[in-house]
Design a protein around this ligand. Structure first.
Ligand code: CA
Length: 374
């Protein structure tokens, strides 16, 4: 099945495909569970992982390389993962498909890339005005791990098992060639901003333009577009965006803490003995911790560097934020539509967002507000 058909036909056919694949692969495997475990305990697994990003792309690509290294060492060479960057084995955005059908055993990305395949996926990465990294992690891992359990359920029909792979933390609002002082300044604004946030900008009268990362600098510098959101100070500086626009706006309302992912072909995952599954899960949490830490460390360094080089940091006016929030909420509702699982995931996400807010109000918010007055 071609990727296009895979996306168009959606759930039903993929479940069928899964059943077919399982049937093919089960031929001749009549041995008991006990003997299977024994065989697999001595077996060496050689896996391929394809990533959405370039192989050594700062932080995001690097974390895949680290995961492979740690898993190799922890397993004493029994589980070897060879990492392929975008375009090496398949285009980055096909990693969900290649891993689903088992051409690759693993992939890495961010789940909102798959919202066209299953709208529920977006909540496991981020939505505009969503939760921060710590809150998202709590939804995923705290209590009954409600977020993570739902994520597994959403990926199950695609033969995939998700693993946490870090979080970008709060992103920046982006680079603008003109000041944003009121909602009127959003009208006619041509901005590179994907997904739900792009839809919100369109509702506010702007235009969401799709630009390849390699062309962001030139398009912004030449005025083909007026604004760009990319990631944060570290990645934005590496692209030279600080040389292409005057104003660097905050906060990153559209990505307040984007969760990243590894995903594993379910059959490949199920074929692992218990200890290798635990090693894989544990290594992914180590990557998760490293990614968040690396983002905060590098972003802090590069923000300082940019400011010392003359970048002007600006804050979006509250009026603009309120308008974008209203339209983002509308766009989220349109995305999930009447999809039952997307609605269930949204309810869980939204309930958790409401539940943690009062706690963060009396801790993080009160603490930082106090610090700002000192
Ligand atoms: Ca971004």
């Amino acid at each position: 099945m071609k990727r296009k058909d895979f996306i168009q036909k959606g759930l039903g056919s993929v479940a069928g495909l899964a059943a077919g694949t399982a049937l093919l692969n089960s031929c001749g495997s009549e041995e008991s569970t006990a003997s299977k475990v024994n065989i697999n305990m001595n077996k060496t697994f050689n896996w391929k992982m394809t990533t959405v990003w370039g192989k050594n792309f700062p932080v995001l690509g690097e974390s895949a390389n680290y995961l492979a290294d740690w898993v190799g060492k922890m397993s004493g060479g029994r589980l070897n993962i060879k990492v392929f960057g975008s375009g090496e084995l398949a285009p980055g955005l096909e990693s969900f498909y290649t891993t689903s059908v088992g051409t690759t055993e693993m992939g890495s990305g961010a789940s909102y890339y798959w919202q066209g395949i299953t709208p529920a996926a977006t909540f496991f990465a981020s939505i505009p005005f969503g939760m921060n990294a710590q809150q998202t992690q709590a939804w995923m891992l705290g209590g009954d791990a409600e977020g993570y359990e739902l994520w597994k359920e959403v990926y199950e029909p695609y033969n995939l098992v998700p693993l946490l792979a870090g979080n970008t933390g709060m992103q920046m609002g982006g680079w603008f060639n003109k000041e944003i002082n009121s909602t009127d300044d959003l009208k006619g604004l041509k901005m590179r901003i994907p997904g739900i946030a792009g839809k919100a900008l369109v509702k506010a009268g702007g235009a969401a333009i799709n630009v390849a990362p390699g062309e962001l600098y030139t398009n912004l510098e030449r005025g083909v577009i007026d604004a760009v959101e990319w990631v944060g100070p570290y990645h934005d500086y590496l692209l030279g965006l600080n040389k292409a626009a005057k104003y660097y706006y905050a906060p990153g309302w559209h990505e307040s803490g984007t969760e990243l992912e590894f995903f594993v072909n379910k059959k490949a995952y199920d074929s692992l003995p218990d200890d290798l599954r635990e090693i894989l899960y544990t290594a992914s949490l180590r990557a998760h911790a490293w990614v968040i830490s690396e983002f905060d460390t590098k972003n802090a360094e590069y923000l300082q560097k940019m400011v010392s080089e003359g970048v002007q940091i600006k804050q979006f006016p509250l009026e603009v934020m309120k308008e974008l929030k209203k339209y983002s909420d509308e766009a989220v509702q349109e995305l999930i539509g009447s999809d039952p699982i997307a609605n269930r995931v949204y309810q869980s996400f939204n309930a958790f967002r409401k539940k943690v807010k009062p706690w963060f109000d009396v801790t993080e918010k009160m603490y930082y507000n106090t610090l700002m007055e000192m």
